[in-house]
Design a protein around this ligand. Structure first.
Ligand SMILES: C[S@@+](CC[C@H](N)C(=O)[O-])C[C@H]1O[C@@H](n2cnc3c(N)ncnc32)[C@H](O)[C@@H]1O
Length: 389
């Protein structure tokens, strides 16, 4: 059950379970401990991102992802009237690769904008924060939400693959009612799942909030609810005074996420580039994620004072920002002279295709919200290619 797990983390979670009033944790608390226990959690110990680790994000494919995102940020700066001070806030920055690519590109192509940027990273993992702090840059700083005053940020707040890493509650439909999944401990077999009543009333009202009827779910249907994403978005909305929020992640709108046929939910664990759905093995040695419900983020934003700007697949977002041009120029100009040149062009083509592959990273969602802007504005460049409904 706990094969190849971090034994110190298993012991810490077991103690947390045994000391809890009901001898069990909600799955969300279990997942929070597995990923973020301050000393032993998967992310607390640094996580293993990249080709030699457990998973890669778009940031690891090549600098193109950060550069195209930088193109979007440059347009945002222009739309805001080229202010002398611009907050670029990255939330959940992993090893800081995106920050390097974005800042390098802006410094090279828009030095006047570069001078206006304060690049703030909000990062939960102390070890990853230390790795990020190897990046040199006068305009970089690290903060927590508590360090940031309400209505103080002007610019762009963004995240890539952050929200899927928030702990989720797991629910199961039993006799026409929702039950919640809890984790208990058995000395012989280790972690055990059991069902019980909902741990918070926020779960009961969730489906109505995202426009899905409880009646649609068949008996035994299992799914997840990401309440942490809702409070995160509320915090962003409070801190932002004027500008945009860009959330990039894998996920669906609620009507697809909670489709009756998706009856086992979306929970996935990643280890050494393989994925499976058992969160009780390799505890602390694997990432645990769930897809993002973008309707929930949109509606929570509406409630918290953010304006919905648009939602589009990453492929179209990046194409609108110049990915297609980058692909097209690969086939132009001087013919590759050597075998090595040909291989380089082919590898680069593969990387660019990877960023827009609809079955992979290109199928990720990009949600754009704003605050404090006048109504009469063009859509952001990244949202200009219409998507098929
Ligand atoms: C899957 S990684 C994404 C890394 C990076 N954005 C990229 O594109 O490669 C998730 C990141 O979010 C961080 N994280 C998770 N929960 C967080 C929270 N509540 N606030 C800030 N960072 C968080 C993790 O420590 C990690 O750095």
């Amino acid at each position: 059950m706990t094969a190849s797990s971090n034994p110190d983390l298993v012991a810490a979670i077991r103690d947390q379970i045994l000391h809890s009033p009901e001898g069990r944790l909600s799955f969300a608390d279990y997942m929070a401990a597995a990923l973020y226990h301050p000393q032993q959690g998967y992310y607390a110990r640094g996580a293993k991102l990249g080709a030699s680790g457990d998973f890669v994000t778009s940031s690891y494919l090549s600098a193109d992802f950060g550069e195209l995102l930088a193109e979007q940020v440059i347009e945002i700066w222009t739309l805001l009237g080229c202010p002398q001070h611009f907050d670029l806030v990255e939330m959940g920055a992993g090893q800081g690769i995106l920050a390097v690519d974005i800042l390098r590109y802006i410094n090279k192509n828009k030095p006047d904008f570069f001078r206006a940027i304060t690049y703030t990273i909000i990062e939960k993992s102390a070890v990853l924060r230390q790795q990020q702090q190897q990046i040199k840059g006068a305009n970089l700083c690290w903060k927590t939400w508590d360090d940031i005053a309400e209505n103080s940020l002007e610019g762009c707040l963004f995240s890539n693959e952050l929200v899927d890493a928030f702990p989720v509650h797991r629910l199961q439909r039993e006799q026409g009612q929702w039950q919640e999944c809890y984790v208990s401990w058995d000395e012989a077999t280790g972690f055990q799942e059991q069902l019980g009543p909902l741990s918070t009333p926020a779960l009961a009202g969730y489906f109505e909030q995202v426009g899905v009827s409880d009646e649609e779910f068949p008996e035994g249907y299992t799914t997840e609810v990401n309440l942490a994403a809702l409070s995160w978005l509320e915090t962003l909305a409070q801190k932002l005074k004027r500008g945009y929020v860009i959330t990039i992640d894998y996920g669906y709108e609620a009507r697809h996420y909670y489709h009756p046929q998706r009856s086992r939910g979306t929970l996935q664990c990643y280890r050494q580039h393989r994925h499976h759905d058992d969160p009780y093995c390799f505890v602390g040695e694997q990432d645990i994620t769930a897809h993002v419900d973008f309707t929930a983020l949109q509606r929570q934003g509406d409630r918290a004072g953010l304006d919905y700007e648009g939602f589009t697949p990453q492929a179209l977002f990046l194409m609108a920002l110049g990915l297609g041009d980058r692909l097209a120029t690969l086939g132009q100009g001087n013919q590759p002279a050597t075998g090595a040149d040909i291989v380089r062009v082919m590898q680069r083509r593969e990387v660019l295709h990877g960023l827009c592959d609809p079955q992979g990273l290109g199928g990720f969602g990009v949600l754009v919200q704003s605050k404090g802007l006048k109504g009469d504005r063009p859509p952001l460049k990244g949202l200009t290619i219409p998507r098929m409904s």
